[in-house]
Design a protein around this ligand. Structure first.
Ligand code: COA
Length: 205
């Protein structure tokens, strides 16, 4: 997608929605707005991301398919950023103007499985459908290839129902390998999962 000249102003200024509530960016951006994908950056998490993280980590629409439960407090998020995100080998905050709007992770395996890495991601619901996650996953794979030279296979395990996530992987170039029936337990239900993979030799940034 192409950017618009006054993107910065739209991002930084609060505005009124139809119910005349004052909305503060970046989380209340108009769905009609086109995103300049070159403004998307990835960086490690900081504790100061706590409020932004809570906006998406605290949204059940976002956590429906994640392995973790919906966050309900700032303290939970602070612990999660400290204990999981910061020490993680590759957990990156997806940012616009340095504000966190989601995350992407690359988790390399170890020992005999060091040839492969798992990929995961989520984005604040207000930003869905603009190609942001596709862009972020491509950036993360580029980064992962540099940081983990032993990795030749990236894989994504997606719930069968999660069509948006499957589409993201397909757009990045992942190949659908199979459906793993009743493979995983999440949020009280056993789930069918789709296995996707991308070989380092097939990756096109
Ligand atoms: C999955 C998720 C990360 C996608 O983020 P996004 O930035 O909207 O993704 P993109 O815009 O790059 O691409 C989404 C694609 O899915 C498509 N899509 C969305 N909903 C869909 C549906 N119900 N059925 C089929 N395709 C769908 C979009 O049309 C788009 O494809 P297109 O570009 O060909 O039109 C986001 O929905 C999310 O955070 N979901 C909750 C967390 C999650 O599921 N994480 C992944 C766990 S495996």
């Amino acid at each position: 997608m192409v950017g618009i000249a006054n993107f910065r102003n739209h991002i930084l200024l609060p505005f009124l929605n139809k119910q005349h509530h004052l909305l503060f960016p970046p989380f209340d951006m108009s769905k009609e707005m086109e995103i300049n994908l070159s403004k998307i950056t990835l960086r490690p998490y900081k504790i100061s991301d706590v409020d932004d993280f809570l906006m998406y980590g605290g949204n059940e629409k976002v956590t429906r398919f994640t392995r973790w439960n919906t966050f309900t407090s700032k303290q939970e998020v602070v612990s999660y950023i400290n204990d999981y995100c910061i020490p993680h080998p590759y957990c990156r905050s997806i940012c616009i103007e340095n504000r966190s709007i989601g995350f992407v992770i690359i988790m390399p395996r170890s020992g005999d499985d060091q040839c492969r890495a798992d990929v995961g991601y989520a984005l604040a619901a207000e930003y869905w459908g603009h190609g942001i996650t596709t862009r972020a996953v491509k950036m993360a794979i580029s980064g992962g290839l540099k940081e983990f030279p032993d990795v030749v296979r990236f894989q994504g395990l997606v719930e069968l129902e999660n069509k948006a996530s499957q589409r993201v992987l397909e757009k990045v170039g992942f190949l659908k390998e199979c459906v793993l029936r009743k493979y995983s337990f999440n949020k009280g239900e056993t789930r069918d999962m789709v296995m996707y993979s991308l070989l380092s030799t097939d990756f096109m940034p």
